[in-house]
Design a binder for this molecule. Structure first.
Ligand SMILES: *[C@@H]1O[C@H](CO)[C@@H](O)[C@H](O)[C@H]1NC(C)=O
Ligand SMILES: *[C@@H]1O[C@H](CO)[C@@H](O)[C@H](O)[C@H]1NC(C)=O
Ligand SMILES: *[C@@H]1O[C@H](CO)[C@@H](O)[C@H](O)[C@H]1NC(C)=O
Ligand SMILES: *[C@@H]1O[C@H](CO)[C@@H](O)[C@H](O)[C@H]1NC(C)=O
Ligand SMILES: *[C@@H]1O[C@H](CO)[C@@H](O)[C@H](O)[C@H]1NC(C)=O
Ligand SMILES: *[C@@H]1O[C@H](CO)[C@@H](O)[C@H](O)[C@H]1NC(C)=O
Length: 420
């Protein structure tokens, strides 16, 4: 007689809990979907893609707030697509390491997709890390993963590692999302590619690429609006952040960039039909030992488009080659640059402001405007530029070089600007 009544009480309690958890919003009481509960093995060699996909499908079709958890451990996972639309916003929390290739020798031709991990068509995605900092090193042909305590016991940096030639993480049609506390190591193409997204914040990322493989941009943003990237450390073989066509209202701040190719708008004009770029603010960043600093680039031959309302301000340059540069001769090779063959780019660059840019240049030409003969740059402003030379020859003074640029100056001007 007692047993049924206890059972009845338990059932009431469980119902109560279920009601409680499904009725709580704002991140408390999400239903947790743990990949290890669906068979994922943190042994670093089992391909866990099936388990990850199952977990994703379960979370995505959940009607209560859902959280996918990748717990501590090293999970190997081949290329995966996490696709929506989902019924609810999803949190995807990586506490351990997810890596893309078991051995450095894995044949990358096995992979046919363009990217390793694709998040697509999701409204409300939080992709974050938590727990300990995972360190991954490449030693000879072997990938060694080791875990170390995060400094200051502060929450989370987690880890995504790829040794393939794919873009590591692509976010396509992800709206109202946050990506934070993620480390990405050794991508062989863009680490993060943000495309067709609206209202996305990326912060507290640590993006590192060994070596200097081409196109390992830290973050590439295209055809997206209202994207914020902040408080991140990025050192790659290519651009730390590149902003491609169709980018609208993008803010970049508090980035430590280097080594690499700096923070760029472009390359623009590569494709036949490109959308305009408008409303780009890069502020409060430090660039260290990069080949370029604040850079806008377009192909020398390109169809019409516009890049306007671009601001680089409060930037510290630490031994940067070409700290301030607009280059519309991209893709035309060194030869035509030397002969100053005029750029025919039809990417119209206007309303561009370089403000409060300080520090050191590692080359003697610190300000370069190499604009199009067909569509000269207009409304370019240099305000409070204070750069010193710190290259090999200490006696050198810095200079500026300008072609087809209409600009104004104000405040401090070091190097002296081009004659008007
Ligand atoms: C970023 O990751 C690299 C490689 O794991 C590590 O050496 C570095 O200390 C990390 N930086 C920060 C600021 O966490
Ligand atoms: C942008 O996304 C964040 C995070 O999902 C959300 O809290 C915020 O309301 C969104 N803003 C707008 C204007 O939709
Ligand atoms: C982006 O950052 C700017 C200032 O840094 C802030 O005003 C804006 O609200 C942020 N937008 C989003 C979507 O977080
Ligand atoms: C600039 O960045 C530093 C750290 O890099 C931060 O402490 C400061 O608050 C930032 N200021 C603004 C105005 O963003
Ligand atoms: C986009 O940025 C411009 C300024 O660059 C601002 O006037 C406008 O309000 C912004 N639009 C949105 C939707 O935030
Ligand atoms: C600058 O970067 C180059 C190549 O990325 C590297 O070899 C060199 O050691 C770096 N110098 C400093 C001072 O960090």
């Amino acid at each position: 007689m007692a047993i049924p009544s206890i059972t009845r009480v338990d059932a009431i309690l469980l119902l109560g809990l279920a009601f409680f958890s499904s009725s709580v919003v704002h991140g408390i009481g999400e239903t947790v979907f743990d990949v290890t509960k669906h068979g994922a093995k943190p042994d670093g060699t089992t391909d866990n893609v099936e388990a990850f996909m199952q977990v994703w499908l379960a979370a995505c079709s959940s009607t209560a707030p859902a959280k996918v958890v990748v717990p501590a451990g090293t999970f190997f996972m081949g290329p995966a697509v996490f696709q929506g639309p989902c019924k609810v916003p999803i949190i995807f929390e990586v506490q351990g390491v997810v890596k893309g290739v078991v051995r450095a020798t894995t044949d990358i031709t096995e992979y046919t997709s363009e990217e390793w991990i694709l998040f697509e068509t999701i409204d409300g995605l939080t992709l974050n890390g938590k727990g300990t900092l995972a360190k991954v090193m490449l030693s000879g042909n072997t990938l060694i993963a080791s875990r170390t305590k995060n400094v200051c016991g502060s929450p989370a940096v987690l880890n995504v590692v790829s040794f393939t030639s794919l873009q590591s993480i692509k976010l396509r049609k992800v709206n109202n999302g946050v990506v934070h506390d993620i480390s990405s190591l050794n991508s062989k193409n863009f680490h993060f590619h943000v495309t067709d997204c609206t209202n996305l914040t990326l912060h507290s990322l640590n993006i590192t690429a060994l070596g200097n493989s081409p196109n390992t941009d830290g973050i590439h943003i295209s055809t997206s609006k209202l994207v914020n990237v902040t408080r991140s450390v990025i050192g790659t073989g290519d651009d730390c952040i590149s902003i491609g066509h169709g980018a609208f209202n993008i803010t970049i701040s508090q980035i430590f960039c280097g080594p690499g190719h700096g923070i760029s708008v472009g390359s623009l004009g590569k494709y036949k039909v490109e959308q305009d770029v408008m409303g780009i603010l890069v502020s409060n960043c430090t660039l260290s030992n990069t080949t370029y600093g604040a850079r806008i680039k377009s192909y020398a031959q390109s169809d019409p488009s516009q890049a306007s309302n671009i601001i680089y301000q409060d930037i510290i340059m630490d031994s940067v080659h070409n700290p301030i540069i607009i280059d519309q001769t991209y893709g035309s090779g060194e030869k035509s640059k030397q002969t100053q063959e005029p750029s025919q780019s039809q990417v119209k660059i206007s309303d561009v402001h370089f403000k409060n840019i300080k520090g050191t240049s590692a080359s003697d030409v610190a300000v370069t405007f190499l604009c199009s003969a067909k569509d000269p740059c207009e409304g370019v402003e240099l305000l409070d530029i204070d750069l010193a030379f710190n290259g090999a020859a200490r006696s050198k003074t810095l200079s500026s070089s300008c072609v087809n640029a209409k600009f104004t100056t104000g405040g401090k001007q070091n190097p002296p600007p081009c004659p008007p």
